[in-house]
Each structure stands twice: as C-alpha cells, then as structure tokens.
Design a protein around this ligand. Structure first.
Ligand code: PEP
Ligand code: MG
Length: 580
C-alpha cells in the first residue's frame, strides 16, 4: 500500500477532481543490455515488429485527434514520428543488428534511435532540435510497447493529466478526452496552459516542480484547484473529505445561479458591466450560463493556432460573424492577433532571446501589414450587427495607435469603394498592458474609444517578473502597490477623457480583487466564464462608496502584504457574510 503524499503547487483553475492519473511523459524503461541466445533472437524480432505495429496504430490515432482539434498543419509532428518508424532502411538496420549481434530488440532500437537523434542534436537549428525530441518520443513509445506498458502510451478518458510541461496544443488535445484535471511541474498562474484549463473549467495545479517524476499513470490522485494542492494515493478518509468538498462546491455553484438574472450592480446601485473572456469558440457555450452576457475579450490567436498559419479572410469572416451573432444584442470586443511572447508563433527562421520583450502583438501586426489589414477588413465586414468592438494588444505608444487608425481608414475606404456595408462607427480600443501605456494613458485616451487593462502582462512588465515562470511566482504580486497605482492612473485618465475603462486580465476573475476594482471605478470586468456568477455575486455585495474609501487607503500602502491584508479583512467582514 502506497502512502498518501501531498504536493504544493500553484492553484491555476478552481475545482476538485478525484481520479486516476495519466502521466504524459517520456518514461525511462529498463532495457536488457545483455547478449541473448540464438533462440531468443527470433522472439525479439517478433517483439520489435509487434511493438512497431502497436506504436503505429497509437500514433495514427493521436494524429487523427490532433487534426480534428488543431488542424493538419499543427499535427505534422505526429506525421514525422510515423515516418521514422516506417523507415525501412532504419528498421532493417535494427533487425540486422539484433540478428548479428545477439542483442535484445530494446537495446538495438534504443541504440539506433540515439545515434539518429545525435545527428539532429548536434545541429544549431531549432527545427532540428525539435526533430530530436520527436525521435526520442518515438523511441520511448516503441520501447514502452515492447514492455506492454499500455497506460503510458494510451490517453485514457476521464484521467487527470500529469506532465512536466504542457503546451497549449497538448492541453487542447487532451481536453478531447474528458480530462478531469491537469497538474504540471512548470507554469504560473497566467501561463496559457493555466488559462486554457480555466476556460475549459477543468481543475488544475501548476508549478509543482517535480510532480511528473513522483507519479505513475493509474495512481489515485486528488487535484485541488482551490488550494493548489495535489494529493497522491489519498487515504479513504482524505477521499471522503474531498468528496464532501466537491459536493459543497457543486452546491455553491447551484446557489450562484440564483444571481443570474439579477442586475450587475453594487449594493448602492452603481452599474458595473460584467462580461466574459473567450479564447476558443467552444467556450461560447458557457455564455448562456452567464445570463447571455457580452464578451469583453475575444482572443483571435486560436485561429492561427488551429490552422498553423494565418487564416484566410473568409475563415475570419465566418468566425467573427459567428461570434457577433451569438453575442448579439450584447457586444463582443475582438482583439486583433496577439501572437509572440507566450502565444505560439512558429517561424523556424525567427528566434528571440526575450520573446516577451520582442516581436509580439501589435508590433508583429504593424510589420505584417497585409495580414493585419486583412484582419481589420474581416472585422469590419463582420460588423453588420454593430456589436463588434476592435481592440489592439500590447500598445506601447501613441504612434502604434495612429498607425493602426491610418490602416483602418484605408480599409474602410476600400470597402466604401466596393459598396460593402459595415459599422462606420465601430469602436476602437486598446489593451493597457505595457507600463509606457500607463504613463501615456492621458494621450492614448484622446485617440481611442475605450481602454481594457490586461493585468496579466501589465503585472509582469511593471514588476519585471515573467508571468509563466514558477520559480519567481511569489514575486508575481497582483496586488503590488505599483500595480494598483497603475490601475488607478489608467482609470483616472480614461474617465478624464470620457472613455470607458475595463479590465480583462485574470485579476478581474479573483473575488478578492472585486472591491479594489469597483472602488477604483472600473466600468467593466471581463472575467472567465467559469467565474462569472461568483464575481457577479461579489459585486452585488459591495457598497461602492465604501469600496472607494477602501481604495483611497489601499493606494497609500507600501507593500503587497499590507494591501492584501487590508483587502482580505474588508472582504471577510463586509462581503463574505452576504455571500451564501
Ligand atoms: C493580459 O495580458 O492581461 C491579457 C488579458 O492578455 P493575455 O493574457 O492574452 O496576454
Ligand atoms: Mg496580454
């Protein structure tokens, strides 16, 4: 009987899952390095052939799932892996060595794939390094199959995924298998894996450091996405405790539904708009559970990710029109491509040492004008219902806004020339997520129709703390005095120029942050669909006049610890008692 063990990480997506672990890893398997007898050679050849066949079947299955979910181009990695094990010359040399050297199939296959891999590893080229990883993946799969280690190579339904690291593509791929939870060694609260798991409403814990080395597929595990804890081999008592917690959470969610059709306003009737952040079109099915709210942030990067390339104008029009239709009569704020940084952008000729400070968001769009204009055109063509707002990411200067406005004007002129109908007064807003934009907020406010604060990036840039690096996750302080002072400055600048200020960073989805954000005077909170009702209920429990006084005090405090303490104290005394 294994002993119960608790691992502490970072809570990335709320909820509790109890189930069986599935380890997504390159697992080391023992290989027989001894010489074998002539009689055994025959059996080893059969073993090799069988495991190749099984591996091929597995890979084609994974390839199909991948194509369905993220498109053909993004699935090339699996095609490449299939090619490796189908390579006749390679396989012949493995068979030959088994026979002539009297070695086990595992030993020779390992040796040959390592030799092949080294050729790629020696290369300076990143693409070649990726090929090395492909070869090692294939090696592990085939050798695992020789050991009939089924659990590791098969993606089980309803499993809780454990991995050293998950790319956004892994997360999407696994999501098809009714995944019940994610737990990873790496990642921070705003890494995209964390964001996607929240969007999928799947409990997850990231930044567990060594968990992938301390777990085996099939282990019973509990993922507590509230506390950021993973419990491996829980005792019956622990399972019973967590099952109770799970039930309570479900009941809590049911009770929250009560506020669904009540107005989004504070106790003293200050209206605050609450909208949803949408990253994938599938998430729009949650909109109904949010009382058919508007969308405060629609990320368009998924169009690129799914295709592995920029989508055509037709594909974009289809997507934007669809989102406009399902949100109507409420508004949808569509953000133009924010590729680069933590968001996948594959260009084998292009590598950056500091992608977060590099060619991302609006910078890339303004350099790829044809692609950017095509996106603006698609947005305008899709705006017939007049409920689309355009939002630009990563704005760092007034020039970027002016340049975009010039492009938008050109696109509008072209459409006018063609007699195409579109929303002539379409709103153009910007994300405030770079410190220079905070400092230039007064000037920027004169140029645009709205601001939306992206606290995920703003916090990382103000504090110089990588949002995805769990080693410094404790320094990523969302209530740091510098961050809240920046928020205050942006709201003030926006309101001075009579434009609305919203927040679409993860902070908007944190109930504890609600009194701060309301007191600061934010007009709109764009939250994760899974947090919608909870935030709404929290807002309805706040008195705006009181929150304003609280914020005036918070803005004088010198440390995040003090801000958090004051906020928690207020939350526990004034808000909690009103929330069921
Ligand atoms: C942000 O930076 O806060 C934001 C909402 O954008 P993203 O997380 O997509 O970078
Ligand atoms: Mg951002």
């Amino acid at each position: 009987m294994h002993r119960e063990k608790k691992h502490k990480g970072i809570a990335a997506s709320q909820g509790i899952s109890i189930g069986k672990a599935y380890l997504y890893a390159r697992k080391q398997v023992n290989i027989n390095t001894m010489n074998i007898s002539d009689e055994e050679v025959k059996a080893e050849i059969v073993l090799l052939e069988n495991s190749i066949e099984v591996s091929l079947k597995e890979l084609s299955k994974i390839y199909n799932i991948s194509v369905e979910r993220i498109g053909e181009k993004n699935s090339k990695i699996f095609e490449a892996q299939i090619e490796i094990i189908k390579d006749k010359i390679f396989l012949d040399s493995v068979l030959n060595r088994i026979k002539t050297e009297n070695r086990s199939a595992g030993f020779v296959f390992n040796d040959e794939t390592e030799k092949l891999g080294q050729i790629f590893l020696k290369s300076e080229n990143t693409y070649m390094h990726e090929r090395y990883a492909d070869i090692m993946d294939v090696k592990n799969r085939v050798i695992r199959n020789m050991k009939r280690d089924k659990l590791v190579s098969k993606v089980e339904e309803n499993a809780i995924i454990f991995a050293h690291e998950l790319t956004p593509a892994d997360t999407i791929l696994f999501s098809r298998r009714k995944v019940q939870g994610y737990a990873t060694d790496t990642g921070g609260i705003t890494s995209h894996t964390a964001i996607i798991s929240r969007a999928l409403r799947v409990p997850s814990v990231v930044g567990l450091k060594m968990i992938s080395r301390q777990i085996a597929s099939g282990d019973t595990v509990i993922v507590d996405g509230f506390e950021g804890v993973v419990i491996v081999n829980p005792t019956e008592q622990t399972i019973a405790n967590y099952t109770k917690k799970q039930e309570e959470y479900k009941n809590h969610e049911l009770l929250l539904v009560n506020v669904l059709h009540k107005p989004c306003e504070t106790l003293d009737k200050k209206r605050v708009e609450i909208t949803a952040n949408i990253e994938f079109i599938e998430e729009t099915e949650f909109l109904q559970s949010c009382g058919d709210c508007g969308i405060g942030l629609y990320r368009t990067e998924h169009l690129y990710m799914e295709k592995g390339d920029f989508p055509s104008i037709g594909e974009q029009i289809e997507d934007y029109t669809h989102i406009s239709n399902i949100t109507f009569p409420k508004k949808v704020t569509i953000r133009t491509y924010d590729l680069g940084g933590d968001k996948i952008y594959k260009d084998n000729n292009y590598k950056e040492l500091n992608p977060y400070l590099g060619w991302r968001g609006i910078r890339m769009c303004l350099d790829k004008k044809d692609i950017f204009k095509e996106q603006l055109e698609a947005l305008l063509i899709s705006s017939v219902k007049k409920n689309i707002k355009i939002m630009l990411p990563m704005i760092a200067s007034v020039d970027e806004v002016k340049e975009t406005k010039k492009l938008l004007k050109e696109v509008k002129k072209d459409l006018d020339g063609k007699g195409v109908f579109y929303d002539k007064n379409i709103s153009l807003g910007i994300m405030i997520e770079v410190p220079s934009a905070v400092l230039m907020a007064e000037e920027l406010a004169k140029e645009v129709d709205f601001f939306s604060i992206g606290t995920n990036d703003l916090t990382q840039y103000i504090l110089a703390v990588d949002r995805g690096n769990d080693f410094i996750a404790n320094l990523y302080q969302q209530f740091h005095p510098a961050v809240i002072r920046a928020l205050s400055k942006v709201v003030e600048a926006g309101h001075n120029h009579k434009i609305k200020v919203s927040i679409c960073g993860e902070m908007a989805s944190v109930p504890l942050a609600a009194p701060l954000l309301i007191g600061l005077g934010l007009d709109e909170l764009s939250v994760l669909p899974s947090m919608f009702t909870e935030i709404k209920q929290t807002v309805r429990a706040i008195k705006y006049t009181e929150a304003k006084e609280l914020v005036a005090e918070l803005l004088t405090l010198p440390t995040e610890k003090l801000v958090r303490e004051k906020l928690t104290d207020y939350f526990n005394k004034k808000i909690k008692p009103q929330i069921i």
